[in-house]
Design a protein around this ligand. Structure first.
Ligand SMILES: NC(=O)c1ccc[n+]([C@@H]2O[C@H](COP(=O)([O-])OP(=O)(O)OC[C@H]3O[C@@H](n4cnc5c(N)ncnc54)[C@H](OP(=O)(O)O)[C@@H]3O)[C@@H](O)[C@H]2O)c1
Length: 244
């Protein structure tokens, strides 16, 4: 698909990976819908972009909020060609410390948030028999570690979901589905960790860990989107070169 003039709805556009994707898609001529809870950050980003864009407030953990945001996007642009599910949280915790609220929030945002956006984007894609849904999962959905049980489960769910989505949506409706699985990326994602024991654990000392940057992931998204229409990039697992 030629992505020039396509309409892309990007969740998590206020920060990190989603923001880098929004910039890159806008540079390539996409009309972008910048979505997250933080209107101030989204408006600042909108001011940086030269192409057409709108800002929509969305809390992906709320069904009504997602429905309202997509309605606003449809009114502005009439359709959604591309959905980028980048909104996510990562409040890692050890299970024994029982941070139930954070566990549930992880599933609410990373899994159910993704489902809410897919639900809202599908009508336009199905009726146009064209679309591309890109789910930002994680290498943590394949490689597990202590403290990452719930986050890993949420990202595994997205990998499984993406596979099944392709079976139902790609052949019949020409909707491509790509699952991106980044290793550690230099963003603010880990700032929400509250489990003191985990933060003070030597095993969780990630200061010197090799990291990707958000643009590396945006380039991967662009690669998947820019393939000819008969090419469905299923999965991209991306790690820093200096990491096993
Ligand atoms: N950084 C990494 O190492 C890494 C590695 C693999 C995968 N990932 C995945 O990449 C995605 C983006 O993460 P990032 O690294 O870019 O982190 P980030 O900089 O912290 O960005 C997270 C984004 O998610 C949005 N968000 C969080 N809760 C939300 C909610 N309830 N409703 C709407 N938006 C919400 C935030 O926007 P607001 O706060 O403005 O709402 C923000 O834009 C996540 O799915 C993450 O799991 C990240």
């Amino acid at each position: 698909m030629n992505i020039n003039n396509r309409v892309a709805f990007i969740t998590g556009a206020s920060s990190g990976i989603g923001k880098a994707i929004a910039k890159k898609l806008s540079e390539t001529g996409c009309k972008v819908i910048l979505a997250s809870r933080d209107l101030k950050k989204l408006n600042a980003l909108k001011n940086e972009l030269v192409g057409e864009s709108i800002v929509v407030e969305v809390d992906v953990s709320q069904t009504e909020s997602v429905a309202k945001a997509f309605k606003k996007a449809r009114v502005a642009f009439g359709k959604i060609d591309i959905l980028i599910n980048s909104a996510g949280v990562m409040p890692l915790t050890y299970l024994k410390n029982r941070h139930l609220d954070e566990w549930l929030q992880t599933i609410e945002v990373n899994v159910k948030g993704c489902l809410r956006c897919i639900h809202a984007a599908l009508p336009s894609m199905i009726s146009n028999k064209q679309g591309h849904i890109i789910n930002i999962s994680s290498v943590d959905g394949k490689e597990f570690y202590k403290g990452g049980a719930i986050y890993g489960a949420s990202k595994s769910a997205i990998i499984a979901l993406s596979k099944a989505m392709r079976m139902e949506l790609s052949p019949d409706y020409n909707i491509r589905v790509t699952c991106i699985e980044p290793g550690t990326v230099d963003t603010n994602l880990r700032d929400s960790i509250t489990d003191e024991e985990l933060l003070n654990d030597k095993d969780y000392d990630n200061e010197d860990e090799p990291k990707l940057n958000a643009n590396n992931i945006a380039d991967a998204v662009l690669y998947a989107l820019n393939q000819p229409e008969n090419v469905n990039v299923n999965e991209l697992l991306i790690k820093p070169t200096n990491k096993q």
